[in-house]
Design a protein around this ligand. Structure first.
Ligand code: NAP
Length: 251
């Protein structure tokens, strides 16, 4: 059975801790946190508060902020364990060379307040040896997840793609929320459309799934929308996305 030490008490650590507690295939040996008040999941693992003294296990997962990974990995003592981070954008080589190094990047959006089925999360794994890669695959298997071996460069590109599909899309929802509020409309009326937009690309390519005035080149409608928008940033985003759709579809 693989033994794991988890470091961090943020969103990813919260979900990983829960997933490890939910499976009998992993020995969740230690949860290292700086501030116990941030631990919102009732765990079976012992909580360790000495952030500098990491108990060694088969794998140590650093689920900490991107900017802290490099320095933190050099501050802790050399471990026998495979030390991995969970970031989409930090290079494997940013982990201190004194450790056996790897990446265990769960490609999903995690918030402590949301319940999610961890077994549906694809895990992007990377390591320097076949044995360590196999160890990460086994950890992923034990969590019931599908793992994909990808390089740091590929992961960085994937992270940019993820920012587009998740963070930017969510900001567009936020703008839509402001627009609907501004006209005293309930944002909830847009929710079936939001769902269908996400479901549609499960079957069609994003290229095939596109509809709307930019694709149809309905010039009068486009002009009317721009005139109606009073927020300058919203206007710029509308113009930029219209241009992007029209370039993609040769309008
Ligand atoms: N959230 C997501 O959707 C998501 C998805 C995939 C991957 N990731 C990656 O997973 C990692 C964690 O993300 P998160 O969303 O869980 O972040 P988060 O909720 O902001 O939590 C960050 C964690 O890092 C710790 N930390 C911050 N600065 C530190 C330092 N200087 N030294 C040691 N620990 C430090 C924090 O400790 P304190 O609470 O004590 O400050 C906290 O436990 C990041 O690499 C992120 O890119 C996130």
């Amino acid at each position: 059975m693989i033994s794991v030490t988890l470091v961090g008490s943020g969103n990813v650590a919260h979900h990983l801790a829960k997933a490890m507690d939910d499976t009998s295939n992993i020995a969740f040996s230690n949860w290292v946190v700086r501030d116990t008040s941030k631990v919102l999941h009732e765990t079976t693992a012992p909580i360790v508060t000495d952030f500098k003294k990491i108990p060694s296990t088969d794998i140590v997962i650093l689920a900490i902020s991107d900017d802290a990974i490099s320095t933190y990995s050099s501050q802790i003592e050399t471990l026998k364990a495979l030390v991995v981070h969970t970031s989409g954008s930090v290079n494997l080589s940013d982990l201190d060379k004194k450790h056996r190094r790897g990446v265990f990047y769960p490609l999903q959006t995690f918030s402590k307040k949301r319940v999610l089925d961890f077994s549906k999360v694809p895990i992007c794994i990377e390591a320097l040896t076949k044995q360590d890669l196999q160890l990460l695959k086994s950890l992923s298997d034990a969590l019931g997840c599908k793992s994909v071996v990808i390089s740091s460069d590929q992961r960085s590109a994937l992270h940019i793609a993820a920012v587009f599909v998740n963070n930017f899309t969510n900001q567009l929802y936020r703008i839509a929320h402001e627009i609907s509020d501004g006209s005293r409309l309930d944002f909830a009326i847009l929710k079936p459309l939001i769902l269908e937009t996400a479901l549609k690309v499960q079957d069609l390519s994003p290229y095939q799934a596109q509809t709307g005035p930019a694709l149809r080149n309905d010039k009068k409608t486009l002009k009317r929308h721009l005139k109606q928008l009073d927020n300058e940033n919203h206007k710029l985003i509308y113009e930029l996305l219209t241009k992007s759709i029209q370039q993609t579809h040769g309008r």
